[in-house]
Design a protein around this ligand. Structure first.
Ligand code: FMN
Length: 243
């Protein structure tokens, strides 16, 4: 199995998105999968121009000469596409969105109803990705991920794909102090990767475990106290240096 993981974090390898991805991919690699991680923030991936040339003038290929052509080849070669994004203002990062919009060449121009009678575009050359969502957020409430999760299901439908699982880690601001509260969930994420490589799916049991809370709102507030104090002291110091 070949897994392509797209990490849309602006902080690339330094962020918590990568921490989660690393555990998922470690598990998959231990069960024999191969993987590659790409970071759109490190690549030249321009936003879609909405020129429709990828459907009409150069079918299947974008007219923009940037890194997305190489990425499209990697997407097509992969057995599983892991889309990983931090939550930025209640949705995916801009880097992730630019990447997703540039997947348009993987659809065909025509229109057809899906199995529920809802219109969509046909896939090009039988493209039908098997998809995993990974996301992280600073705030602790799981509802933070709702808009992204609704979108992810629609993304899968648009591209004739199958959702294999959604792995969401809230409260990263508190986890900076100690990753301990999320340690069990990171273990589960590694197991999810192993299962993915072994069976091509992630079991409902593991996905349900990943939905359990690891930090209450009160614990979050407590974990944040030091961070908030340090941030305030830093702001005061910077302000006094300016005087
Ligand atoms: C521009 C921006 C917007 C953000 N908006 C939210 C938000 O709406 N909700 C939230 O819970 N966290 C928000 N965060 C916090 C990030 O989700 C969090 O810091 C996450 O760990 C970033 O991913 P990374 O660790 O891979 O860099 C935001 C961060 C940035 C930079």
């Amino acid at each position: 199995m070949l897994i392509l993981a797209v990490n849309g974090s602006a902080r690339q390898r330094k962020g918590f998105t990568q921490v989660v991805l690393d555990r998922l991919l470690q598990g998959a690699a231990a069960a024999g999968a191969q993987f590659e991680v790409i970071h759109p923030a490190a690549l030249d991936i321009k936003p879609c121009l909405s020129c429709w040339q990828c459907w009409f003038k150069t079918p299947g290929r974008c007219v923009q000469n940037d890194d997305m052509a190489m990425v499209i080849d990697k997407i097509k070669a992969a057995d599983v596409l892991v889309l990983a994004t931090p939550i930025y203002i209640d949705h995916m990062s801009a880097q992730t969105k630019a990447f997703v919009d540039r997947m348009m060449p993987l659809m065909d121009f025509d229109f057809e109803p899906d199995e529920n009678g809802r219109w969509r575009h046909p896939s090009r050359d039988g493209f039908a990705p098997r998809l995993v969502l990974v996301s992280v957020s600073g705030f602790p409430e799981r509802e933070t991920f709702e808009p992204l999760r609704v979108w992810f299901k629609r993304f899968a439908r648009n591209f004739h794909g199958t959702v294999l699982g959604e792995i969401c880690f809230p409260a990263t601001v508190a986890l900076q102090k100690s990753i301990e509260p999320a340690a069990g969930h990171l273990d589960l994420t590694e197991q999810a990767g192993r299962e993915l490589a072994e069976t091509g799916a992630i079991s409902g049991k593991i996905l349900a475990g990943l939905e359990e809370e690891y930090l209450t709102s009160t614990e979050y507030g407590q974990a944040l106290a030091d961070f908030r104090q340090a941030a305030r002291a830093k702001l005061d110091r910077l302000a006094s240096e300016k005087k």
